[in-house]
Design a protein around this ligand. Structure first.
Ligand code: FES
Length: 319
């Protein structure tokens, strides 16, 4: 093939929508990955874990401009958590497959903005947080759609047109019928995949949740709040718990006669730290703390807040 013919061939195949393919692939894979990671994470639906969606929502509610809404949603953290995870998978698949691409883009924008208003709201300067960038990254797909490139909707439309034996020049009535049938088919396929996926995914996520997952103990005025039986926390181990005020925290048992507890909120910007033994690590910007809660690596520069505990009749209680 001569270079001129090759150039003509490339020009025939070129479509402006091809320019959006890398963005579609990146957003699609990232959102599917993010959603599946949540569904497969045993801590995600554990209300007692500082890494769970319940603890993260309670923390975000204290700083978010939509705190009241987040706080109410935290009362239904299992449903909210599953909706977030399946929403991410759905918009990711929509972008990858070219199925309701504009709807998927709108969903992606709404998810990213809700993350920006909650988990990323305290990030300074604002452009260090990824969620605002994700919200804007979805906008080209909302405006332009998939342009018919690698698009299940376009293939369905072509199949409908063949079935009706229509050409591209058919009148408005014929085109309307094609669109109606395409929408119906795409909707049925999406609904069937969503029903099976949500049922299987919810069962998997709930099965992976620790059996003792529960809401934090209710505080009875005047009564000590029991965190755990001392014998249940082996020397050298830790236990995550949610304090009666809803704050995620960790109980440590570093030596035979010593129990310590710390608020799990990182003193940098409040992300929940995780206990990595024998210290803590913050997943947001990498701060580390030793098992006494003291900073061993920034950017945090203040120790973790201590929760006073003591052992009473074999029970570790908050004093
Ligand atoms: S929130 Fe920034 S290091 Fe923890």
């Amino acid at each position: 093939m001569s270079s001129t013919a090759f150039g003509r061939r490339v020009a025939q195949l070129w479509s402006p929508a091809l320019a959006l393919l890398p963005l579609r692939a990146f957003l699609g894979i990232t959102f599917v990955y993010a959603g599946l990671s949540k569904i497969l994470d045993p801590h995600y639906l554990d209300d007692a874990s500082p890494l769970g969606v319940h603890a993260q929502m309670l923390h975000a509610a204290s700083t978010s401009p939509i705190g009241a809404l987040v706080s109410t949603s935290a009362d239904y953290s299992t449903v909210t958590g599953l909706a977030i995870a399946f929403g991410e998978v759905a918009v990711g698949l929509g972008a990858l497959l070219g199925l309701f691409t504009r709807v998927a883009a709108l969903g992606g924008i709404m998810l990213a903005l809700s993350f920006f208003l909650t988990v990323s709201w305290t990030t300074r300067p604002y452009y260090y947080g990824a969620d605002l960038g994700f919200a804007f990254a979805w906008t080209p797909l909302l405006i332009a759609g998939d342009g018919g490139v690698f698009s299940v909707t376009t293939r369905l439309r072509a199949a409908v047109r063949r079935r009706l034996d229509l050409t591209l020049d058919e009148g408005a009535t014929g085109q309307d019928e094609v669109e109606r049938r395409t929408l119906l088919r795409a909707g049925l396929i999406s609904a069937a995949v969503a029903a099976v996926g949500v049922a299987a995914g919810s069962a998997l996520a709930l099965a992976r949740r620790p059996r003792n997952a529960s809401h934090p103990p209710a505080a009875t005025p005047g009564a000590a709040t029991v965190i755990a039986a001392a014998a249940d926390v082996a020397v050298g181990s830790s236990k995550s718990f949610t304090a009666p005020n809803g704050t995620p925290a960790y109980l440590l048992h570093p030596a035979a006669d010593t129990f310590m507890a710390f608020n799990a909120a990182c003193t940098h910007q409040g992300c929940p730290v995780s206990y990595t033994g024998p210290g803590f690590r913050c997943p947001c910007h990498g701060s580390t703390f030793d098992q006494n809660g003291q900073v061993t690596g920034g950017p945090a520069n203040a120790p973790l807040k201590k929760v006073p505990v003591k052992v009473v009749n074999g029970q570790v209680t908050i004093t």
